[in-house]
Design a protein around this ligand. Sequence first.
Ligand code: HEM
Length: 506
Amino acid sequence: MNPKPTQDFGGGVYLLQDMEWVVIAVGVTTICLVTSLCWWLLHDENKKKEMRRGKIPKGSLGWPIIGETLHFISSGYSSKPPPLTFLEKRKSLYGNVFKTNILGSNVIVSTEVEVNKVILLNQGNIFVSAYPKSIREIFGDYSILHMTGTLHRNMHALIISFLRSPHFKARITSDIERSVKHCLLTWKHATPHQPIYVQDQVKMITFPVLVKVLMSVSGGEELKLLKKDFQEFVKGLICVPIKFPGTRLYKSLKAKERMVKIVKRIMEERMKNTSSTSRSDEENDVVDVMLRNDWNPKPTLEMMSSNIIELTIPGEETVPTAMTIAIFFLSNSPLALSKLIEENMELKRHKTSTDNKYAWTDYMSLPFTQNVISETLRMANIVNGIWRKAQKDVEIKGYLIPKGWCVMACLTSVHLDSNNYENPFKFDPWRWEKIGAAASNNCYAPFGGGQRLCPGWELSRLELAIFLHHLVTTYRWVADRDEIQYFPTVKMRRKLPIISVEPINA
Ligand code: HEM
C-alpha cells in the first residue's frame, strides 16, 4: 500500500482525523465536565432539597387544590373545640408541628408554645400577616393588619397607648355602664316562648361603646346608619372573593365606603374646631389620636377614615362573643357563678352604702371576676390561631418553614393542652389563683403577642367585667341548652337563649 497519495491527501486526512480526535476529546471532556458539574449541582440541590424536605415538618398536603380543607371545616362543626379534632389527629400522627394544606394554602401548624412565641415575636422581618383574600379586600390597603415596619409600629403604639391610658378608661367606664344597663332592661321580659338571645343582645352593648371610642358618636341617626352599614360590611369577611355589582364582597365594600364618608365628615368637622382646642388637651377618641399625630408622611383623611372603620372589625366581633360564652360557662357552673355573685354583690353593696360612683379600677380589681374572664378566654379561643406568611426560609427549633408558606401559631391547642393546664376542658376560674397573672403566662395568649398584641385587650377585659358585674347583681337567669360552634367563627349554635329571668332585690 502506498500511503503517499493518501499521505498527501491522507496527511490532511490524518491531520483532520487528529483534529477530530482533539475535538472529540475536548468535546467529550467538556461534556463529562459539564455533566459532572450538573450532576454535582443537581445532586447537591437534591441533597439540599432532601435536607429541606427532611426538615419541613411531617404531615399531609391532602388532595390537590382542596388539600385537607374539608376535614378542617367538618371538624369545626363537631362539639369538641376544633379545629382541635383536626389538630389532635395530626398532632398524634406527626408531632407538635406539622404541615397541611387548608383554605388554599400550604400551612405549617404549630401547637408548640416555644415555636408560637418565635412566630409572634418575629412579625415583620421574617413573617407578615396572612389573611384570606376576602378579609384582605375588606380590610383594605390602609389597614393596620397590612402595615409593616415603622408605620405599623407607630400606628400600633398610637392605638395601644390611647386605649390603655387611665384617662381613656375612666371616661369610657360610664359609657359601658350605661350601655350595659340599657341592654339588661329588656332581659326581664324573657320567657320560654320569647327568649332573650344573649348573642344578639350583647352586640347592642359593644357596638355603641366601640363607636364612641373611635369617633365619639353616641346615639342618633349617625349611630343607626353606622350600625346598619357595619352589619352589611362584616358579612363580607367570609365570602367568595369576587367583586362586581351584586356580589357579597361588592355590597360589603359599598357599605364600607358609606361608613368611611361618615368618618371623613366627622374628621373634617373636628379639624375645623381644632383651632379652638389646644393640643395639650387629652385625646377623646381615635379620631383625635389620628388627627393630632405628627405623621411623616401624613396620611390623607380618606386613609385615616378607612383605618378607623377597619378597627371596628377586630373590636366588634370578639367582645360580644366573649360575653356570650362567659354566660354559657357560668350557666353550667353553679359554684363559679355563686362565687362571682358573692364578689360582685359585695362591691355593689359597698358602692351603694358609700353612694360612690364606680371607677374602672373597681371592676378591674375584682380578682375572681378577672379569673372568670381569663378562663372564658382560655376556653373560648375566639381567635383560634394567628396566621403569618414566611418572607424567607426560616428554621425554628429544627422545623423548616419554607419561604412563601403560611404558618399558623395555634392558640387553641396550647390553651387546651393537658401539659399546660390540668383538666383543660373544665371551666375552672380557680386555676388562675394557682397559675397567677394571666398576662405573664407563656401558655396563654388569647390576645396574641409580640408586635401585633391586641391593642384592645384591656378595654375588652373592662367591658367584660362591667357586663358581668351588672348582670350578676341584677338578675338570676335560666339559659336553655346550647353548645359552642367553632367554625367559621366561634359562636353559640342557638345564640344562647335565656328563658327566664328573676330580678334580684339586693
Ligand atoms: C375578647 C376580645 C378580643 C380578642 C380575643 C382579640 C384578639 C386579638 C388577637 C389574637 C390579635 C392578634 C392578631 C394577629 O397577631 O394577627 C388581635 C389584634 C388586634 N385587635 Fe383584638 N381582640 C379582642 C378585642 C379587641 C378590641 C375591643 C379592639 C379594638 C378596640 C381590638 C383591636 C385589635 C386590633 C386593631 C388588632 C391588630 C393589631 C396589629 O395588627 O397590630 N381587639 N386581637
